[in-house]
Ligand binder design. Sequence first.
Ligand SMILES: Cc1ncc(COP(=O)(O)O)c(C=O)c1O
Length: 458
Amino acid sequence: MNTAFFPLTPILHPWVNHLTKEPKELFERIEQYGSPVNIHHFKPLNENIHAYQTVLNKYNVIHKIFFARKANKCLQLAQAVADAGQGVDTASFRELQQCLDAGIASEQLVLTAAVKNRQLFELALKHNVTVVLDNEDELELAQDVAAMFGKTLLINIRVGGFHVNGQRLPTRFGFAIDSVAERIEGLAEIYPHLKYNGLHFHLNGYSIDERIAAIEQSVQVIDALYDLGIHTRSLDIGGGILMNYLKSHQEWLSFHTALREAVLGNRPELTYQNDALGMVKIEDKLYGEPTVYPYFNDIHKEKLLEHILTAHSNIYGLPIHRLFTDRRLELRMEPGRSLLDQVGCTLAKVAFRKKDSEGRLLVGLEMNRTQLRSSSADFLLDPLHLPKQQVDDSDEPCYAYLVGSYCLEQELILKRQIKLQKYPEIGDLILFPNTAGYMMHFYESEAHLFELAKNVFI
Ligand SMILES: Cc1ncc(COP(=O)(O)O)c(C=O)c1O
């Protein structure tokens, strides 16, 4: 037993289990499409949509789920969400244009791009797509464009700076929640070509309490506007709903304990050159937490949404869902990652085996680290090793680091040491599960002129 290995067993959807049990098709696909290849399946996407809808319907909340397509570039996923009667949150000209070209109806689209130029406003205006506005300059440009075409642009106003436990949540986005009611009150006069429809927020992080506070404070604004005779149709609560990648909470805890011990030098390294995954070691002390996504979560996806909806609002003395139903206020949400739970995996081919100067086994894959990357310091799920030759009783597991094709010392696909079923052969496959949300596309680059990975659907 290698004491440096602490498993992080991923949850696998039946479609992935099926493929890996009979991997012949995977070996064929990698020959056909090259390595790596991103493989997707629509079934979990529809299951995830359904799970959110079931909760929203249980509390009679009028709703629309806008899939944040920035989490994955494949248009087919946006199309599938639209076919399921929900919407798509677009964050750039091309994201919006592609959706329009695919025939997705304007009511099923929203534009939340962080930077919007004239061309983007024109596109949204032409197709009557609601635009979420973030600042004064956007209000002015939106009015200018709409006036030029003699049309009305539908807008939602992004808000931020909510108060939670006596502190303001810092953000670079949106209008300040404290003064936005006055701003919206004066809107019609100054910007007659803009039609206010709703409020929008998206919070950094995953806190349930912060989302509850943000909903309460937004509804206070909505009520103040109502008293001024201004109707609000929808409140968009953005994304950031946690998902769960891992089977075992205990494994998750043990890994963290062992990582700390390893970084402090009390056990063999778990990560390449004892990478602390974002913690800082000063003398014999470790500071901070690993800067990784919380890959294990008991309360996630629809359960987390239900927690929010059933939480008690201290301001209103009612459960949160009543804040929506009592006002016939449409709840909009923009899940990206969580809607893609189990939707895709990334498959790569083993190119070489070697040892580094310190004797660590390195397995070279035909892929680069931008093809499996998010803002998290590491993707903390065990990949699956699919050997070309069947494993037999004489085979022993082996432990290795996966490295990629960019010419950097730090070109590790995973920083964590992983377990392989046996000593790998050239041409074996490594499957990274559950990568559709951000992991496969968000940071992918074409450095060295490598081609981007192909995306295929089952
Ligand atoms: C405005 C907005 N909506 C939705 C999302 C999607 O968030 P997530 O993928 O965490 O659900 C993001 C992510 O950055 C965002 O900026």
